[in-house]
Design a protein around this ligand. Structure first.
Ligand code: FE
Length: 133
C-alpha cells in the first residue's frame, strides 16, 4: 500500500464527517438530484474529496448532464480515482472511489460528451469545491 493512502476506522470516519457525508462516502449512499450543493455550480475552480482533501475534479471538465448531480467528463488525473464493479440494485455499474481514502464518490457511465464519452456522476456531498482565485 502506498504511503499516500488514508486509512481510518469507520468510527473515526463517523466522528470526522457529517452524517450526510458519512452516509455517502462510507456507506455508498446517494443524495437527491437537484437538491445538492454543486449540480448547478458553474463557478471556476476545483473539487476535492470531502473525506481526505485529495484533488479530484476541475470545473473545466464539468458539464450540465441534466441529471441533477454534478457531472464531469473525467477526473483531474487518471490516478485521482479508483473504479470498482458495483452489482448492487440489480444493475452493473462502475463505482468511482477516491484513490487516496477509498471513499465512495459516485458512478461513471459511458454516455458522456466529448472525446472520452464518460460521465462521472458525482455526489456533491462527497466533494468540497474551492473557487479559483
Ligand atoms: Fe479521499
Amino acid at each position: 500500500m502506498s504511503k499516500d493512502k488514508v486509512t481510518k476506522t469507520e468510527e473515526e470516519w463517523k466522528r470526522e464527517l457529517t452524517a450526510d457525508q458519512f452516509r455517502i462516502l462510507r456507506l455508498k449512499g446517494t443524495e437527491l438530484p437537484f437538491h445538492n450543493a454543486y449540480y448547478d455550480n458553474k463557478r471556476k475552480g476545483r473539487y476535492y474529496c470531502a473525506g481526505c482533501g485529495k484533488e479530484l475534479f476541475s470545473s473545466e471538465t464539468k458539464f450540465d448532464s441534466g441529471t441533477g448531480w454534478p457531472s464531469f467528463s473525467g477526473p483531474i488525473s487518471e490516478d485521482a480515482v479508483e473504479l470498482h464493479d458495483d452489482k448492487t440494485f440489480r444493475m452493473v455499474r462502475t463505482e468511482v472511489a477516491c484513490a487516496r481514502c477509498g471513499s465512495h464518490l459516485g458512478h461513471v457511465f459511458d454516455d458522456g460528451p466529448g472525446p472520452t464519452g464518460k460521465r462521472y456522476c458525482m455526489n456533491s456531498g462527497s466533494l468540497r469545491f474551492e473557487e479559483a482565485k
